[in-house]
Design a protein around this ligand. Sequence first.
Ligand code: PLP
Length: 398
Amino acid sequence: MCPVDTGFSRRSFLRYSAAASVVASIPILTESHLAHAQRRRMSQNIPPDAVRINANENPLGPCTGACATISSLIPEGGRYDFDLTEKLITTFSGMEGLKPEYVMAYAGSSEPLHYSVLAFTSKEKSYVTADPGYEAGTYAAKASGAKVIPVPLTKTYAHDIKAMVAADPNAGVLYICNPNNPTGTITSREDIEYAVENKPKGSILLIDEAYIHFSDATPSLDLVKADKDVIVLRTFSKLYGMAGMRCGFAIGRPDLLAKLQPYGMNSMPIMAVAAATTSLQQKDLIAERKKINADIRQETFEWLTASNYKFTPSQSNCFMLDTGRPGKEVLTAMAAKNVYIGRVWPAWPTYVRITVGTSSDMEKFRTAYKQVMSSSTAGLEPLPLPERLRNAPYTHLS
Ligand code: PLP
């Protein structure tokens, strides 16, 4: 069965199109927009030679096999070539033991994240999320008029699943990011099972596994296979190093996926799709890249610990670092040293998010951070706002 035919008829399109048109003008927010908005607030362009550890990108980029695939496909760039998308879906579903109709490909996981929130929340059905957590779904919930219920992480930085489940009997979506962005911390399988069994009637669990490959967390795809009310999001932007290429999946029961389709469907970028297929087929890629990230993260953690800095025990390619002073000042001071670090979450104003970059990136990070922390931050005013950034989109992000 063709994966894009999952129960979505012309009649259902007409039925949904009125609702979808209300929210069609709301932008889909990605990590790149959020990172860009934070740069805009700092009034800075990032110079080409800067250390960029601000957007949870993978400095390794696409694997060698994926690069070769992309190059060889350039002459075919005039074709839509839907077969390549089918091949990606059958490759992934075959590897994971899923039926192909349980998998939808998108140009990144931001789209299905946004559409899932629009589809399953409303003025009556709230959006429950962790705090601090990845913000994109919160913006989508605001677009659907849903109440947003942020639930603080536990003392061990896991999602407080019991509190999330109890937060609102009329919840539409419980968003679980595992590992969590920005803390890189894990929510246990036991807790996720508790959420599946006890969540409010009519709600879905939206389990975002953007960073799962970096961690030892238990994936939730088996819950999809068991036909639970669960949508899992996956992306090629992180471990696979394809953030700029744009490819991801929504994985769920066909009737759940069908509810996303009225909000947007587009032809997939063929080079991203083919490169993603090659990446999946590259044996040992996950293990190799997981180890590279873990080794550099560990080296960074050892230095932070020896220097008495507090950070979240991440299993991912990012972590939160407590600067002990207003995080925004530290961002500005680090940028002045050509090291661009991630944003501050309002719930934790003294913390900044750090992406694990290359060894050389992290060495420069350490040098700059030590200098910043040993000096007064007084007088670190933002630079004048360049015209291009003043007119940038997403100026509404606070
Ligand atoms: N989910 C999480 C938790 C993320 O951090 C990101 C990006 O950083 C995304 C989803 C979306 O990524 P993309 O649209 O590049 O697949």
